[in-house]
Design a protein around this ligand. Structure first.
Ligand code: FAD
Length: 475
């Protein structure tokens, strides 16, 4: 059939995966069309994820930091909060980045088509033009013919079916709108996204409850590290309910009344001014007409791919949240480069050993590779180096010596297999541990690498020396 537009590479979705794939494909000489239903590029991460959450978390961290300064001889008084200005600040941060992406797309001559795309066959996508927040359709449709395609349509927040439709029940996107600061807030799901948003609201004045089905918060992170985070953050919470779940809720005049069941469930239903649903994200695989192109999608909506990011249809690739866990922006970007390079005929493949995770809470918790519990479960004998920040000059000078740096080494090969950090700036430091794992570094490599003094990053060298038995800096 006829097409309104033709291209070498069609990219569906302009999140971190999609825009990175489009830019790399254009740099490799392809004629690229990038289809996005939102008004701006950047996807979940830039518009309603990584970036706006960090803009708010930075403000919260500074507020918390200076709230302890009176004992250091500097008093600021009680902060006053102007939510309109704070929201405007967040929007400005997002605008700078999404605007930058548009400029980069223009520079590379990537054609951006605004609308919701759906496959019609293995070589055509129909795009229904959208307006506003991406939900409204203008009625205009165009057909694009492509030689190769990369699916980067991402994921969306899971909504529990029994939660009432009410402005006081939000997902992360609603929470980032920061309409008001509630007195009592319930976080459904004790993962990174829920705890980050909880941190912001609690610093702005909300009291928090959190409910989690599993036996601990921040699943996936090393328990030694989470314990430190939890001790520091205990004052934010009235109630941390583990091995517990919500079984019903109703909207009342006074708030959202929520019922719980499980080991730590309160007997009476609890009333909240705001309920944040942060129970996970589901992939958009079943919403893009994948079957018309012959692309396999799992029941849950994930699209299976090989290490070259190819779906079962060799000229159609998929990347990012839509292909599976971990749903993280840096994973999507890495996969995007692989897909674009393979489509251009390069011998590229996804073979990263590890993908780091970070909770940008206060303190931050960052980890990469295997944890001590996972090593035990997998029968891997490990040697550990645990460096307490009470022995770090910089952490003490910062009045933030609650942190720990923990490294795990294979007991036989001495090579590093995992690491985690709890403390301020942990996320900025975990990249070094990831590099060490990728390079196959051992205790001596890391311990003998000269780290600048006095820095928090020194703790990585010290932890390696502790594992090796040569650290002279801890009592
Ligand atoms: P997305 O970013 O989801 O982008 C998909 C795009 O495709 C969207 O723009 C969507 O509108 C578009 N789209 C979908 N279907 C169609 C269609 N049919 N037609 C046209 N367009 C379509 N990750 C981190 O690494 N670090 C963080 O700090 C972090 N913080 C987060 C905080 C929050 C609150 C949330 C919700 C997520 C966070 N994430 C974070 C996760 C991160 O946002 C995702 O992993 C990342 O955005 C995935 O990128 P993607 O390209 O796969 O998809």
């Amino acid at each position: 059939g006829g097409a309104d537009l033709e291209c070498d590479m069609l990219v569906l979705g302009a999140g971190p995966g999609g825009y990175s794939a489009a830019f790399r494909a254009a740099d490799l000489g392809m004629k690229v069309v990038l289809v996005e239903r939102y008004a701006t590029l950047g996807g979940v991460c830039l518009n309603v994820g990584c970036i706006p959450s960090k803009a708010l978390l930075h403000v919260a961290a500074v507020m918390d930091e200076v709230s302890h300064f009176e004992s250091l001889g500097v008093a600021f008084g009680k902060p006053t909060i102007d939510l309109d200005k704070l929201r405007a600040h967040k929007s400005k941060v997002v605008g700078k980045l999404t605007g930058g992406l548009s400029a980069m797309a223009k520079m590379r001559k990537v054609t951006v088509v605004r609308g919701s795309g759906s496959f019609v066959d293995p070589h055509h996508v129909a795009v229904e033009e959208t307006s506003g927040d991406g939900q409204q359709k203008t009625g205009k449709t165009q057909t694009i013919r492509f030689r190769n395609a990369i699916i980067a349509a991402g994921s969306q927040a899971v909504r529990l079916p029994f939660m009432p439709q009410d402005p006081r029940v939000v997902d992360s996107t609603g929470a980032l709108e920061l309409a008001s600061v509630p007195k009592r807030m319930l976080i459904l799901g004790g993962g990174i996204i829920g705890l980050e948003m909880g941190t912001v609201y609690s610093t702005l004045g909300a009291r928090l409850d959190v409910v989690e089905m599993l036996d601990g918060l921040m699943q996936g992170a090393d328990r030694d590290l989470v314990r430190v985070w939890q001790k520091m953050n205990a004052p934010r919470f009235d109630n941390i309910m583990l091995k517990t779940r919500t079984v019903g809720a109703e909207a009342t005049k006074d708030g959202i009344l929520v019922r719980f069941e499980g080991e730590q469930a309160p007997k009476e239903p609890q009333l909240y001014d705001l309920v944040l649903q942060a129970v996970g994200r589901s992939p958009n695989g079943n919403k893009i007409g994948a079957d018309k192109a012959g692309v396999t999608v799992t029941d849950r909506g994930f699209i299976p791919v090989d290490i070259q990011m190819r779906t079962n249809v060799p000229h159609i690739f998929a990347i990012g949240d839509i292909i599976g866990q971990p749903m993280l922006a840096h994973k999507a970007v890495h996969e995007a480069h692989v897909a674009a390079e393979v489509a251009a005929g390069e011998k590229s493949a996804f073979n990263a050993r590890v993908i780091p995770s970070v909770a940008y809470t206060d303190p931050e918790v960052a980890w990469v590779g295997i944890t001590e519990d996972q090593a035990k479960a997998q029968g891997i004998a490990v040697k550990k180096g645990l460096f307490p920040w009470t022995a770090s000059g910089r952490a003490i000078a910062n009045t933030r010596d609650e942190g720990y740096t923990k490294l795990l080494f294979d007991a036989e090969t001495h090579r590093i297999v995992g690491g985690g950090i709890v403390g301020t700036h942990a996320g900025d430091m975990i990249g070094e541990v990831a590099l060490a794992i990728e390079m196959g570094a051992d205790e001596v490599d890391i311990g003998k690498t000269i780290h600048p003094h006095p820095t928090l990053g020194e703790s990585i060298g010290m932890a390696a020396e502790i594992a090796h038995g040569t650290c002279t800096d801890v009592p």
